[in-house]
Design a protein around this ligand. Structure first.
Ligand SMILES: Nc1ncnc2c1ncn2[C@@H]1O[C@H](COP(=O)(O)OP(=O)(O)OP(=O)(O)O)[C@@H](O)[C@H]1O
Ligand SMILES: [Mg+2]
Length: 456
């Protein structure tokens, strides 16, 4: 019998080595190398040869583009993230935490695609056909051209795709699928890579749009996420606060569109509903009584402005080193803002704990949130209130100056639409003349902004 060889593969980046290493030399992650049995070169070649491309090189000008190359999902928020719909023959990875609603959104999408007379094959590797039927009934989906195939074997899946020849294939999930060509267990890096490779070849050669669901978080805790990300055309993360009902679709990689768009959904008993006016959702959570340490900012998510509340709490510390805790804001950004507040405004926070929270559980990584964070902290420290009808927009420089931000017109229009009366914006930003329903206060320095927004 041939000797069984094994190798060690990094579950983060796919790096391979003959022996165990505590730290991956490629990506520097500790403890990510897992042992895998190596399969023979012959088998590998057999799989590869099956998909040899028969196409010949062609001149770019001669290549014909089909008008119907994008297929809308009829779910506006999903289309927004995809850049207008699925590109035919593309491979899309939908990743997210367990239980976030990946199967729900894909089943709803399948229902919508069937409405536009597309043939869809849903490969369910985790749930039985009955379980899927129950979910479909709960979501009110009665798709006529939706095939459900509970299967985990890649070779069987491949033959069924060939037999049914659908327009769309959903694989739920890639971690539960295995190929006979690879001896390691389902969910290992080699299995995921092999199965995804086969799916990619099917998608490209037969022009079948394939949606692959993966149980991977942004930290890439589970096998193979980075390997998968390189192979697919589009990577979409489904995220959200488990304790809140809304969810966000965020595109991390898109070969056919913008990656800065987010889609916002609300989960209820009949499935995921598109939230077309997210400001209602985030601002509704705002406490009705104005309190020190609260500021409303307008952040930009892709092409859509989002209004969110920043809350800060400042209090005497009981530790030798004061605590700085953030939720939804980068901690180093807060450190920088606190340093500017100390040096340029004279606010001494060296004996104070500072907590900053973005309400609604969303992540704000835009520099235009700086001024809102600074004002939330400053007003809490001085025990004064920012007027509840004021929005704050601006990036803070190290010498306390306020830098201009992009898309000011869109942000101000959003503030007007949400009923705000006053906006504090950077001095260098031009305000279009048609924005009249809001009082615009332009500020050059952080000091001026504090003076302008506080109502005692
Ligand atoms: N009757 C219901 N009412 C409201 N929400 C529900 C209901 N049933 C399920 N859900 C929501 O749907 C979520 C499960 O959705 P789904 O099975 O699509 O997630 P998933 O990401 O595919 O999970 P997994 O990783 O286990 O495959 C639950 O966490 C819950 O929030
Ligand atoms: Mg699922």
């Amino acid at each position: 019998m041939a000797k069984v060889k094994s190798k060690w593969v990094c579950s983060e980046c796919g790096y391979e080595t003959a022996g165990y290493l505590g730290k991956c030399p490629e990506c520097g992650t500790w403890g990510s190398l897992v042992e895998e049995v190596q399969y023979s070169e012959k088998l590998h070649n057999a799989v590869a040869n099956e998909f040899i491309n028969t196409e010949k090189p062609a001149l770019l000008k001669d290549i014909k583009v089909d008008e119907s190359v994008r297929v809308s999902t009829n779910i506006s928020e999903f289309d927004r993230v995809l850049g207008g719909g699925f590109v035919q023959g593309s491979l899309v990875l939908l990743a997210g935490d367990p239980g976030i609603g990946k199967s729900t959104i894909t089943l709803q999408t399948c229902g919508e695609l069937c409405k536009s007379s597309k043939k869809v094959l849903y490969i369910s590797a985790e749930e039985s056909a009955t379980q899927l039927k129950l979910r479909a009934e709960r979501l009110g989906i009665c798709a006529e051209s939706l095939y459900i195939y509970p299967q985990t074997n890649m070779e069987n899946i491949k033959s069924q795709i060939e037999e049914i020849s659908p327009d769309f294939v959903v694989v739920d999930s890639i971690q539960a699928i295995y190929s006979n060509n690879v001896p390691s267990s389902a969910g290992s890096v080699s299995q995921i890579r092999e199965c995804c490779n086969i799916l990619m070849h099917i998608a490209k050669s037969k022009n079948i749009t394939t949606i692959v669901i993966g149980h991977v978080t942004k930290d890439g805790n589970i096998a193979g996420p980075k390997v998968l990300e390189h192979m697919v055309d589009t990577v979409i993360y489904f995220e959200g606060d488990k304790y809140k009902s809304y969810r966000m679709l965020r595109s991390m990689k898109n070969r056919f569109g913008n990656t800065s768009e987010v889609g916002i959904f609300e989960m209820n008993s009949s499935g995921l509903r598109c939230v077309t006016n997210p400001n209602e959702l985030f601002l509704n959570e705002r406490s009705q009584v104005a309190a020190p340490g609260s500021a409303i900012i307008v952040t930009n998510e892709g092409t859509r402005p989002l209004m969110v509340e920043i809350q800060a709490l400042v209090g005497m510390t009981s530790y030798p080193t004061p605590r700085r805790v953030t939720n939804g804001v980068d901690i180093s950004r807060l450190h920088q803002i606190l340093a500017v507040l100390e040096k340029r405004v004279g606010l001494n926070l060296s004996k104070q704990d500072v907590y900053v929270n973005v309400m609604g559980g969303i992540e704000v990584d835009e520099p235009s949130a700086d001024l809102g964070i600074a004002l939330a902290v400053a007003t809490c420290a001085r025990d004064v209130v920012v007027d509840s009808q004021t929005v704050i927009i601006g990036e803070i420089g190290l010498s306390g100056e306020i830098h201009p931000v992009n898309n000011i017109e869109r942000r101000l229009n959003e503030a007007v639409a949400s009923g705000f009366k006053k906006a504090i914006i950077p001095y260098a930003n031009d305000v279009p003349s048609d924005i009249k329903k809001i009082e615009v206060v332009k500020v050059k320095r952080l000091m001026d902004a504090i003076a302008a927004c506080v109502s005692k």
